[in-house]
Design a protein around this ligand. Structure first.
Ligand SMILES: [Mg+2]
Length: 335
């Protein structure tokens, strides 16, 4: 972490911040040299390939200024681990860039680092390096995650074929509904339901146990960040295929189900809200048993929600009778 600014202020200077707050996060990786060298050294396992992904988040745009710093840390890390998992890779380490705003307190930074420390334990990864600077603009954080998988096994977006089943992990729409709760909506839900939805918004659960088990099973895979239909569109676009999704099969949490029962128009958030960080993947029907085994071993629920079709059929949502439901009817605007 090359310090950009040595000045002491309300919080320690950048050297001390690195030494006291961030170097401990690098102690698990010998190649990080305690953040004291110019660069980190990383040796990929023999016969494995490296998968890289990066995300940046800005206060007031991607997270709310009063979100707990531990949650901001977890979300920043986990959205990247979600990409790693969706490609079938195992996370190994990460690089971090922090641009602290003038009003970012030392306490906020320490709590942010403690959120990272907890998740490092949880996912078996370490900080390998990065940079820390000041900004006169809003707080900005960027994280690059690095993962590994055996050569030639990456789960690309473009491998789905007509006839493949389409699956999704976990449940859909919780995070988008959680954001509604934070916007002071959905106040007819119980406090427990509201808290659960907010937690799903603030702290996605990357499916790190599932992704690697889908290598050699899934024909195409991605994680849902933009919403089911937007990301399904990406998968189909890259695969040169269409898709048919059965509305009744979409997996909802109890809290989301109660929210939608109260206000059916909220269903648009289930299919289009985004921030789900679930894995959406396709697999040939003959691999259904392997999909079920992977889900069981990973302790992650996986639901078959539809089928890959020919490209000229487009991407459709259908009801129980197989009749298309216009996405417009759901108030879905991005499609
Ligand atoms: Mg992604």
């Amino acid at each position: 972490m090359a310090p950009a600014d040595k000045a002491e202020g309300a919080r320690p200077g950048e050297f001390r911040l690195i030494e006291e707050v961030f170097a401990p996060l690098a102690s698990g990786a010998a190649g990080a040299f305690a953040l004291k060298d110019d660069a980190a050294l990383y040796r990929a396992s023999t016969g494995w390939e490296t998968v890289l992904t990066v995300d940046a988040i800005v206060a007031g745009v991607h997270f709310l200024p009063d979100d707990p710093p531990e949650s901001v840390a977890r979300k920043l890390l986990r959205v990247n681990l979600s990409d790693i998992a969706a490609k079938g890779a195992v996370p190994k380490g990460y690089l971090l860039v922090t641009a602290w705003a003038d009003d970012t307190s030392f306490d906020w930074i320490k709590r942010f680092a403690s959120g990272l420390a907890e998740d490092q334990e949880r996912y078996g990864i370490s900080l390998w390096g990065g940079d820390t600077v000041r900004t006169s603009g809003p707080l900005m954080l960027s994280l690059t995650a690095i993962g590994e998988l055996p050569q030639g096994t990456l789960l690309a977006r473009g491998g789905a074929h007509p006839g493949d089943d389409i699956y999704v992990s976990g449940t859909l729409g919780d995070a988008a509904l959680g954001l509604e709760v934070l916007r002071a909506k959905l106040d007819d839900l119980s406090p427990e339901d509201r808290a659960q939805l907010v937690r799903r918004y603030r702290e996605p659960e990357p499916r790190c146990s599932l992704g690697p088990r889908l290598r050699g099973v899934a024909s195409a895979s991605l994680d849902i960040s933009d919403g089911l239909f937007a990301d399904l569109g990406h998968l189909c676009g890259q695969s040169g295929a269409g898709a048919r999704i059965e509305m009744d099969r979409l997996p909802l949490s109890d809290a989301a189900r109660r929210a939608v029962e109260g206000q059916p128009e909220l269903f648009q958030l289930i299919v289009g809200g985004g921030d789900d960080y679930e894995i959406l993947f396709a697999a040939p029907p003959e691999k259904a048993g392997q999909v079920a085994a992977a889900a069981a071993e990973a302790s992650v629920s996986v639901t078959r929600i539809g089928e890959v079709r020919e490209t000229d059929e487009g991407v459709k949502l259908v009801d129980r009778a197989g009749q298309p439901i216009p996405l417009k009817q759901l108030g879905y605007r991005h499609f």
